[in-house]
Ligand binder design. Structure first.
Ligand code: CP
Ligand code: NVA
Length: 312
């Protein structure tokens, strides 16, 4: 079982910055191995899922990953627990920590994840916050790795909103030695803190980070084009006003024609066809979107196994 990185045991995963570049590489290698079926470890532990926002992929992939490892999952829907009736987070965290082995949380404030980490005494996994979506980035990088073999030196371009998905992707790409470009409308740039962290990592690895308002320049020669919704969960009221603002950043066939001929198309899903991505792009031959969604399962299984450790 030496292929399961022991260094992550007992640790939380709230951000890509919680792991080293070497640990990222080891997680991706393990995820690929698990996907191949050549390693079938067991891990009879209990995962809790506390999701304050909707989810299809994250919820189901975490659940199936744990079942395939021989573990158990408890769905802690906030509406059917005392959480929705105002029990303090610090109390909930302390109690859940007495029952569960690991807890994945989808919430609004990144700070709530830190609170759970501080009070629960068990590893906490970020299943999406307003700031970041690090589990998504693991699957994204696994998908690029499958397409190109080597991540280092490749260029990924993200077009659209500088949001949670963009943030984790930027950090992950920089850690993997990739060049990362973000093209977004003025006012929708990634958070300065995340950009600064990405630039620092890229400087150490000798790669480039670009944030621009020019989608065509950003897409030119890229090995992967990636987009996400123009209005994230919690921003539904803003969605219609954003459509004309974001239209020049749509991932469509014209933009794809500017990229490397072997470029792949990525989207974390759920997608709004003919808003941030055209039907032709998501359904076309360069799309790896469905592999990307599948890879959530393999990447998170690798993460859970590393955090919990395999059964003896
Ligand atoms: N990409 C992603 O996190 O999807 P869900 O919201 O369905 O979990
Ligand atoms: N940015 C999106 C991602 C959904 C998986 C959101 O937060 O709604």
């Amino acid at each position: 079982m030496e292929r399961i990185p022991a260094g992550l045991k007992g640790r939380s995963f709230l951000s890509l910055l919680d792991i080293s570049t070497q640990e990222l590489e080891e997680l991706l290698t393990l995820a690929a191995l698990l996907k191949s079926g050549d390693l079938k470890p067991r891990c009879n532990k209990v995962l809790g899922l506390l999701f304050y926002k909707a989810s299809t992929r994250t919820r189901v992939s975490f659940t199936v990953a744990m079942y395939q490892l021989g573990g158990q999952v408890i769905d802690l829907n906030p509406n059917v627990t005392q959480v929705s009736r105002g029990e303090p987070l610090i109390d909930t965290a302390r109690v859940l920590g007495r029952y569960l082995d690991v807890l994945a949380i989808r919430t609004f404030a990144q700070a709530d994840l830190e609170t759970f980490k501080a009070y629960s005494g068990i590893p906490i996994v970020n299943a999406l916050s307003d700031l970041s979506h690090p589990c998504q980035a693991l699957a994204d990088l696994l998908t690029v790795q499958e397409a190109f073999g080597e991540l280092a030196g490749r260029t990924l371009t993200y077009v659209g909103d500088g949001n949670n998905v963009a943030h984790s992707l930027m950090l992950g790409c920089a850690m993997a030695g990739m060049n990362v470009r973000v093209a977004c409308p003025p006012g929708f740039e990634p958070a300065k803190e995340i950009l600064d962290q990405t630039i620092a990592i890229a400087a150490a690895r000798g790669t480039e980070v670009t944030v621009t308002h020019d989608a065509i320049a950003a897409a030119t020669g890229a090995h992967a084009l990636y987009t996400d919704v123009w209005a994230s969960m919690g921003q539904e009221d803003l969605a219609n006003d954003r459509i004309p603002v974001f239209q020049p950043y749509q991932l469509n066939e014209d933009l794809l024609a500017k990229a490397d001929p072997n470029a792949i198309v990525l989207h974390c899903l759920p997608a709004h066809r003919d808003e941030e991505i055209t039907d032709g792009a998501i359904e076309g031959p360069q799309s790896r979107v469905w592999d990307q969604a599948e890879n959530r399962l393999h990447a998170q299984k690798a993460l859970l196994l590393s955090i919990l450790g395999p059964d003896a």
